[in-house]
Design a protein around this ligand. Structure first.
Ligand code: C5P
Ligand code: MG
Length: 151
């Protein structure tokens, strides 16, 4: 019988003026962006953790320490690609990804197809195997107040 595993990932980054807003490798026009050591792509980070989690391969910080100068400003899709490679070496292959981004604004739905395409490329999947959902936090909490984004 083929073994089938699932993984979950979660991440949060602060929203701040003067940073780019990059989600799933796609730059979204916005006055605020995500703050972090890498490009702070909260969606790519959550997906990376989900992939690693499914194979019990630790977490993103173990593979890409956030005090390592190599990852300063890094495009986070490389973390996704690396996790997919590690899974391959462990004998697994990814068959689908489902994800949710929590962000109060801007609206993201017009970028859904671009994000799915970028993620699918990094995951080595067809875009119809990559699901990306968006939610506000209904003005509640730090996400709702526009101070952070989660995935
Ligand atoms: O959070 P809420 O349920 O009100 O979101 C309604 C819809 O708005 C979502 O299903 C999603 O399609 C869209 N949305 C979006 N960009 C966001 C948050 C939500 O496009 N930042
Ligand atoms: Mg992160």
């Amino acid at each position: 019988m083929t073994e089938f595993r699932t993984g979950t990932g979660w991440d949060v980054h602060r929203l701040t003026p003067g940073r780019r807003l990059i989600l799933g490798g796609v730059e979204i026009p916005s006055a605020f962006g995500l703050d972090g050591h890498s490009d702070a792509d909260v969606l790519a980070h959550a997906i990376t953790d989900a992939l690693l989690g499914a194979a019990a391969l630790g977490d993103i910080g173990q593979h890409f320490p956030d005090d390592d100068p190599r990852w300063a400003g890094a495009g986070s899709l490389q973390f996704v690609r690396h996790a997919v490679r590690l899974l391959g070496e462990a004998g697994y292959s990814v068959v689908h990804v489902d994800s949710t981004v929590l962000l109060e604004r801007p609206k993201l739905k017009e970028y859904r197809e671009a994000i799915r395409r970028e993620l699918a490329g990094a995951l080595g999947l067809a875009a119809d195997r990559v699901s990306v959902k968006f939610k506000t936090a209904e003005k509640l909490g730090p996400v709702g107040e526009g101070r952070s984004a989660e995935a």
